[in-house]
Design a protein around this ligand. Structure first.
Ligand SMILES: NC(=O)c1ccc[n+]([C@@H]2O[C@H](COP(=O)([O-])OP(=O)(O)OC[C@H]3O[C@@H](n4cnc5c(N)ncnc54)[C@H](O)[C@@H]3O)[C@@H](O)[C@H]2O)c1
Length: 256
């Protein structure tokens, strides 16, 4: 598929990587439906996209809310005259150990069900709802020309201490990439995962410099990645019509 032929939803489009993906896709001539819960971020995104070769529209949507996802995809389908892709990028983390005993007080703390559920809802249920919304509309319309789903997971999918909720969601997301790639191939829809390592977005920009340097010791390339380097993976997945069901680890070698 060609970038300029994409009519694609990008979730979490107001900030960080999703913002970069939305602008890069519209810059390449694609029609983009950027959705997010951050209205202010969406408004500034729409301004920034003015004058790009493609079209960019914004939608306020919580990807964990079934009714909002359905309404957003209905509207985007109308506005863009159909859809043929989604980048499931919206994500949150609420880190914490399963249980932790305080060395001085002896008090045992644990990950709350609220923090478990919040991450599963956004990072796993969100992509399920959005992928289902895209695929059901494309199949119902007998859409021709193919479709692409890109799931943004994380290297944490391999199991990262302090991220039981996030690791489960991201590992589950790649498991569903495999399932959906098998199920949707007959309709011409390909599904792939990208698992980024440490990427330069507002999450990392808030980190202490010494903590960041410590973290980078485990990265063979000794630097954080840029959103543009993750977009290179999205571009490859869209353009390579023989790629489906697989994960691209774009992590500077962190998982080697
Ligand atoms: N930055 C990294 O180092 C890194 C590494 C690996 C994976 N990731 C993944 O990449 C994706 C993007 O991360 P980022 O660093 O750009 O984060 P970010 O916080 O800059 O952007 C995430 C966006 O998602 C939106 N969002 C959150 N919950 C939402 C919901 N329920 N519905 C709709 N939108 C919602 C936020 O408002 C925000 O605009 C996430 O899935 C994250 O898990 C990030």
């Amino acid at each position: 598929m060609k970038l300029e032929d994409m009519k694609i939803v990008v979730t979490g489009g107001a900030s960080g990587m999703g913002r970069h993906f939305s602008l890069a896709l519209a810059g390449a001539g694609a029609s983009v439906a950027a959705c997010d819960m951050n209205q202010e971020g969406l408004d500034s995104l729409a301004k920034e996209a003015e004058g790009l070769p493609g079209a960019l529209r914004t939608y306020t949507c919580n990807v964990a809310d079934e009714a909002q996802v359905e309404a957003t995809f209905d509207q985007a389908w109308k506005d863009l005259d159909g859809l043929n892709g989604v980048v499931n990028n919206a994500g949150i983390f609420r880190d914490g150990l399963l249980v932790k005993k305080d060395k001085t007080t002896g008090q045992v703390k644990s990950m709350s069900l609220k923090n478990w559920q919040a991450v599963i809802d956004v990072d796993l249920t969100g992509p399920f709802l959005c992928t289902r919304a895209l695929a059901s509309r494309m199949v119902d319309a007998d859409a021709k020309g193919g479709g692409v789903v890109v799931n943004i997971a994380s290297i944490s999918r391999h199991g990262n201490m302090g991220q039981g909720n996030y690791s489960a969601a991201k590992a589950g997301l790649h498991a569903d990439t495999v399932v959906w790639a098998k199920e949707l191939a007959r309709y011409g829809i390909r599904v792939a995962t990208i698992a980024p390592g440490f990427i330069d977005t507002p999450i990392l920009q808030g980190m202490r410099e010494d903590a960041l340097q410590m973290m980078l010791k485990g990265v063979p390339l000794r630097r954080v990645g840029q959103p543009a380097e993750i977009f290179a993976g999205i571009k490859f997945i869209i353009e390579c019509d023989y790629f489906t069901g697989r994960c691209l680890d774009i992590d500077g070698g962190l998982r080697l």
